[in-house]
Design a protein around this ligand. Structure first.
Ligand SMILES: *[C@@H]1O[C@H](CO)[C@@H](O)[C@H](O)[C@H]1NC(C)=O
Ligand SMILES: *[C@@H]1O[C@H](CO)[C@@H](O)[C@H](O)[C@H]1NC(C)=O
Ligand SMILES: *[C@@H]1O[C@H](CO)[C@@H](O)[C@H](O)[C@H]1NC(C)=O
Ligand SMILES: *[C@@H]1O[C@H](CO)[C@@H](O)[C@H](O)[C@H]1NC(C)=O
Ligand SMILES: *[C@@H]1O[C@H](CO)[C@@H](O)[C@H](O)[C@H]1NC(C)=O
Ligand SMILES: *[C@@H]1O[C@H](CO)[C@@H](O)[C@H](O)[C@H]1NC(C)=O
Length: 812
């Protein structure tokens, strides 16, 4: 309480000292200490001193992140006084002076204004406009035309060919000095325009040419409903621009003083800038790493390989991984009798020596290339809709890369003798591959046999010969089952930047997003809440364990992505959402007849049995509920969120021991009361689910006017009065198999008994579901008054808000 007051007091002092304007006019100037605020309150213009510098600069920053400058006016001319003023004169020229009559910066205008006004737009653009008769129009000047190191949504990067204006990014010299540094990012107009990153005048990295969807070296930069990129190329303008259609997040490209081009992302949830892309990051991002006529491949060792028909110019250097001299042709071209060799998944080479034509197709492109003896390669200009347009290269091919996230086909000119030669080699290779794989299979089978034999008959002792083989082969096999890790940027673009449009649900542990990978695969991405204390390595180990659990009634984990603070789990996508989506919805519940519901119950039971008994690890789910049962295309149930309770350390040390995992309505009584949890607690939750599936009623929400009982109590009362059929969901109609339904209610009641030792285990449950032997008589179920959970709510909220199941979502 005390602390809050102090903060409020300080804030007041701060606010009274500075002055917020919403426009600058000839009669209203802006002094050091004042700010100009954008209409939506996103950006501010004012004076600042960067880092340790005492110099004063005029700049624009995010109101939520004042240390993030997006634009600086007098970047190369520091002001050494605290009395500077920004004025606008009657002609509409913005003038920055230091209090005495010394101008430090001014804007240029092409035409004079009558009634000028300067305003900061909510996009971060400082504009000067002419105000005629109350209307604002006639743009005279805008800061977006003079970028510093930052590209914001709606800003153009590139050329106005009519005026010759070239907008590009230049880094700050250092964090203390906004003056232009060495690195820049711009559109190069030579040949087919491409985006390049320069140090001084030399290219250090290429984003490459535009392929209709993205720059060729930035394939994850694809279109999405939220993040839209555009490249405009016509007689008047050539520029790149991106738009973000989600107000809740900010994006910016920045050229850093250390020479990296980064895409950063801010959400008010996290209040930190997260780096999504940094380039250069892979070795192949470095321009022309492999010299001429070669392909760079970050995955291979060595990174560089000559194109077919080429050999290293200086073999000795090449062997020492000194590649920059590149490769030369082995056989000279014969001009008219040449052919082309196709390469796929390629980041196209430097286009500065290329020519293009938007209207002709690939066939014409080939013949055009054949006609000119100095043409070395051709490709489609635009890769959308199967490809269109023609791009021709002349001379050496520079900076080609193998891409794993897109890329394009390119056809490279070779003498016809090379094509013949290659066919023969291909045949030889094929024979080689077949023999090779046969040998490999035999080795593998032998190895596996040794592994099995070793495991069965031998206790490990020292490193025998067999031990050595086991190490070698068994480890190999296990490593192969490692789950893939996804790139953060891949997931980012797959989910439209985690946009709210893609939000699919909120489970325990975090939000779930739907995503589509570049190859069209649909995925579900679980973005774990950031409060998880677990370290990255520990988390990864845990995820590897979860990934090994595979069963047709468990949701399949496809991979993970752990980067910076993000922990993402990537699952197969379940189009039909979860069970609660059906059985508790008046319309959709009719879609599940009794046969289907019984199949669902059996499926859940089999999945749970696998977790409890059949898998290598014994997994207690701890949060089994209808919203954790997902349904595939054929309405087969798949359990999700298993193994996560373990990851989130339900039973760790200190205060958080009492952290409650699980969801009100599904938790067994012994857990909140005594903190004990066993497979029988999952059996309890399973019993609740069974009764919910039969009745179509939610355990925690059931209210029957004259009785104060939950679904379990209600089911018990009906069952003891031999009126159990009244519990059954009316929308099931005639599809009901009475004996089977009654048996399910009976088994359900056995599962929800108060004492864990009375409940059956999952393998008995499955037997009971599948045969018709007489069942034991259940004892009265655990009644579970609603108020009980309040005390535990507090504990868990204090510890963490991962456990939103109880605390944040349901308790409202
Ligand atoms: C974005 O914010 C503005 C106000 O700042 C609001 O008018 C607009 O509707 C918002 N757009 C979306 C898509 O939320
Ligand atoms: C303004 O700048 C000029 C030139 O740099 C300097 O001579 C003058 O003292 C400065 N005025 C103030 C008030 O600092
Ligand atoms: C401007 O004011 C700040 C604090 O108010 C002070 O630290 C700084 O030295 C001043 N700079 C100049 C050049 O007077
Ligand atoms: C400021 O400079 C302008 C032109 O350089 C001059 O006309 C004006 O009189 C000067 N004002 C002062 C107060 O020195
Ligand atoms: C593109 O090719 C077409 C058909 O060959 C031709 O008519 C057109 O002039 C070419 N355009 C350019 C810009 O070369
Ligand atoms: C081949 O293309 C080059 C480069 O564009 C050009 O300079 C040359 O004139 C062309 N040669 C022929 C025969 O068209």
């Amino acid at each position: 309480m005390m602390r809050t007051r102090v903060i409020c007091f300080l804030l007041l002092v701060y606010i009274t000292k500075s002055f917020s304007l919403d426009m600058i006019t000839p009669s209203q100037s802006m002094k050091d200490g004042d700010t100009l605020v954008s209409a939506g309150g996103t950006f501010e213009l004012g004076f600042f001193s960067p880092g340790d510098s005492s110099g004063r600069y005029l700049g624009i920053w995010y109101k939520q992140s004042p240390s993030t400058l997006t634009w600086v006016a007098n970047r190369n001319k520091r002001i050494n006084s605290n009395s500077s003023v920004l004025e606008i004169n009657n002609q509409g020229v913005l003038v920055l002076h230091n209090g005495s009559n010394n101008t430090f910066w001014s804007s240029k205008v092409s035409k004079a204004a009558e009634n000028p006004v300067a305003q900061l737009l909510d996009s971060g653009n400082l504009v000067v406009r002419d105000r005629n008769g109350g209307k604002l129009e006639n743009l005279l000047w805008q800061s977006f035309d003079y970028p510093c190191d930052t590209l914001l949504p709606g800003m153009k990067l590139g050329w106005n060919l009519e005026t010759g204006l070239n907008r590009f990014l230049t880094c700050w010299k250092s964090t203390d000095d906004p003056d232009s540094g060495d690195y820049s990012f711009k559109i190069d107009l030579r040949g087919y325009p491409q985006a390049v990153q320069l140090k001084g005048d030399s290219i250090i990295s290429r984003a490459g040419s535009w392929n209709g969807l993205s720059f060729t070296a930035l394939p994850y930069h694809k279109q999405s409903p939220v993040f839209k990129s555009e490249f405009v190329l016509n007689e008047k303008e050539i520029f790149y621009e991106f738009q973000v259609l989600d107000n809740s997040t900010f994006f910016r490209y920045v050229m850093t003083s250390s020479g990296n081009r980064q895409l950063l992302h801010w959400t008010s949830e996290t209040n930190v800038w997260e780096t999504l892309i940094t380039i250069p990051s892979a070795r192949c991002d470095n321009y022309a790493l492999c010299g001429e006529n070669s392909v760079c491949n970050s995955v291979n060792t060595p990174d560089c390989a000559c194109l077919e028909g080429f050999a290293p110019k200086v073999q000795r250097e090449w062997d020492m991984s000194y590649w920059s001299n590149g490769c030369v042709r082995i056989t000279p071209l014969s001009c008219s009798k040449d052919g082309f060799m196709k390469y796929t998944g390629i980041v196209l080479p430097d286009t500065s020596s290329s020519r293009y034509n938007k209207t002709i197709d690939l066939q014409e492109c080939e013949s055009l290339c054949l006609q000119n003896c100095s043409c070395t390669a051709y490709a489609n200009l635009d890769k959308r809709d199967g490809g269109s347009g023609c791009l021709l290269w002349f001379g050496d091919l520079i900076d080609m890369r193998q891409s794993y996230e897109g890329g394009q086909d390119i056809y490279i000119r070779v003498p016809s003798s090379e094509l013949e030669h290659n066919k023969k080699i291909y045949k030889k290779k094929l024979v080689g591959i077949i023999t090779g794989s046969a040998v490999f299979m035999i080795c593998l089978i032998l190895g596996l046999a040794i592994c099995l034999w070793k495991n069965k008959f031998e206790k490990p002792a020292g490193m025998s010969k067999v031990g050595f083989w086991k190490e070698l082969l068994c480890r190999r096999v296990e490593e192969d089952s490692d789950i893939p890790t996804f790139d953060l940027s891949t997931i980012f673009y797959a989910t439209n930047c985690f946009s709210s449009y893609n939000k699919f649900g909120a489970g325990g542990f975090g939000l779930v997003y739907k995503g589509v990978l570049a190859d069209g695969t649909e995925i579900a991405v679980k973005r774990l809440s950031k409060n998880s204390e677990q370290g990255q390595q520990e988390f990864k180990t845990e995820v590897q364990l979860i990934a090994k659990l595979q069963h047709r009634n468990l949701v399949k984990l496809l991979g993970c992505c752990i980067k910076q603070k993000e922990k993402l789990l990537i699952y197969e996508f379940m189009p039909n959402r979860s069970l609660d989506h059906f059985i508790f919805d008046d319309g959709r519940r009719k879609l599940l007849d009794w046969t289907k519901r019984f199949q669902i119950i059996s499926g859940i039971a089999r999945g749970l049995l696998y977790l409890h008994h059949d898998s290598r690890l014994r997994i207690i789910h701890r949060d089994l509920k209808t919203s954790n049962i997902l349904l595939d295309n054929d309405m087969n149930p798949k359990i999700s969120d298993f193994g996560l309770a373990r990851t989130f350390g339900g039973d760790q040390t200190e205060a958080c021991t009492k952290r409650v995992m699980g969801t009100h309505g599904y938790i067994s009584p012994e857990y909140p009361m005594h903190g004990s949890f066993s497979t029988k607690s999952d059996v309890f939750s399973f019993g609740v689910i069974m009764l919910e599936v039969v009745s179509g009623m939610k355990n925690k929400e059931l209210s029957i006017p004259h009785q104060f009982v939950n679904l379990l109590g209600h089911a018990w009362e009906l069952w003891t009065k031999e009126r159990a059929m009244e519990l059954v969901d009316k929308s099931l109609g005639d599809s009901v198999d009475e004996a089977q339904v009654l048996r399910c209610i009976h088994i359900g009641l056995l599962c929800v008994q108060e004492r864990p030792e009375n409940r059956p285990n999952m393998s008995s449950v499955i037997h009971m579901l599948n045969d018709d032997k007489p069942l034991a008589r259940p004892k009265q179920p655990a009644f579970y008054p609603h108020q009980e959970s309040n005390s535990s709510t507090k504990t868990s909220e204090m510890c963490s808000n991962n456990d939103i199941s109880i605390t944040l979502l349901e308790a409202r």
